[in-house]
Design a binder for this molecule. Structure first.
Ligand SMILES: [Zn+2]
Length: 315
């Protein structure tokens, strides 16, 4: 099975053998940002993977978009020009075999449940912290999809009524994504760099570096106290969101993935502290907050597993 994780900046593909081991892996970056070029690149990428391993039975795609459960066009896509495209139909026609498509974080959670940090778990909340925040829910052992397949946009849960405006096309304010994402971290870091030119971040700004969440994470891991404090603040906002999710879903496990998860305990420590202060005591005692286990491969592995499940259903 081939699984593709089509991210905002890069594309990662894996081929899983029948024992679900990663047989082959390939990555590439986007070229032209038009709808046709995007679809064609993904198809070409599948053919490239097949050249390495031979013909596969089905394909799975994880997209950073709202993906309808049933047939139909994608109504909202943050990073890729796929709005209005029935990607499942277009890809299946081009590839001539069954195609499964889902939201990228749903795919990542599938991967984590199959062979990552959520094996044998039944109730899991997953958040991926990158430029934005993606979410997925496993409830009673099933991915929770909502009425049309769009559920679990956990980054757009408001945690502050008059907070900063959210990103992308979200009309909200004070969403978790506006306060606890890599984008939010980058904004806070730019403010600090401008306010304090003597700081490491200020120096980096003067040297012409891009001040973003990745740079703050690097500096924090290298021991810079101001960068660590910025991450701790993001962690506290995250903790408010986690308390809401704990109270709403009573999960056994909350998994944190995405680029910002590299900050590890610098982020998770403050998040756990706030979760413990804010969630109902009987619930919080049972909730573990852990890093996702499969790293950047989670989405592609989950997409391949989704393709295998599609074949099993059709047989
Ligand atoms: Zn929002």
């Amino acid at each position: 099975m081939i699984g593709i994780d089509a991210g905002g900046t890069k594309i990662l593909g894996v081929v899983l053998d029948p024992n679900r081991a990663v047989e082959h892996e390939l990555r590439t970056t986007w070229r032209e940002r038009t709808t046709d070029a995007t679809v064609e690149l993904l198809i070409e990428f599948c053919r490239e993977l097949e050249k390495a391993v031979g013909e596969v039975q089905a394909f799975g795609f994880g997209l950073p978009a709202l993906v309808p459960s049933a047939r139909g066009a994608i109504p909202y896509s943050t990073h890729l020009p796929l709005e209005g495209v029935d990607f499942r139909v277009r890809a299946a026609q081009a590839l001539g075999r069954p195609v499964a498509v889902d939201n990228d974080v749903n795919c990542a959670l599938r991967g984590e449940v199959a062979m990552g940090a959520a094996v044998d778990r039944q109730n899991v909340v997953m958040l991926t912290l990158g430029t934005g925040i993606g979410g997925a829910l496993l409830l009673d052992g099933q991915l929770y999809r909502g009425a049309r397949g769009f559920a679990a946009e956990l980054g757009h849960i408001p945690i502050a009524k008059d907070g900063p405006p959210c990103q992308g096309k979200c009309p909200g304010r004070g969403c978790l994504e506006a306060l606890a994402s890599g984008g939010a971290l980058g904004r806070a870091a730019r403010e600090l760099a401008e306010r304090d030119p003597e700081s490491t971040l200020g120096q980096a700004l003067l040297a012409g570096a891009e001040i973003d969440g990745a740079l703050v994470t690097d500096l924090a891991l290298a021991g810079d106290r101001q960068a660590q404090a910025l991450i701790a603040t993001v962690g506290e906002h995250l903790g408010v969101g986690l308390a809401a999710f704990a109270n709403a879903f009573d999960p056994e496990l909350i998994l944190i993935g995405g680029g910002l998860a590299r900050a590890g305990e610098l982020l998770l420590g403050p998040a756990r502290r706030v979760l413990e202060q804010r969630a109902l005591p009987a619930i919080r005692e049972q909730v573990q907050v852990e890093l996702a286990g499969l790293g950047e491969r989670a989405g592609a592995i989950g997409a391949a597993i989704m393709a295998a499940e599609l074949c099993a259903r059709e047989e």
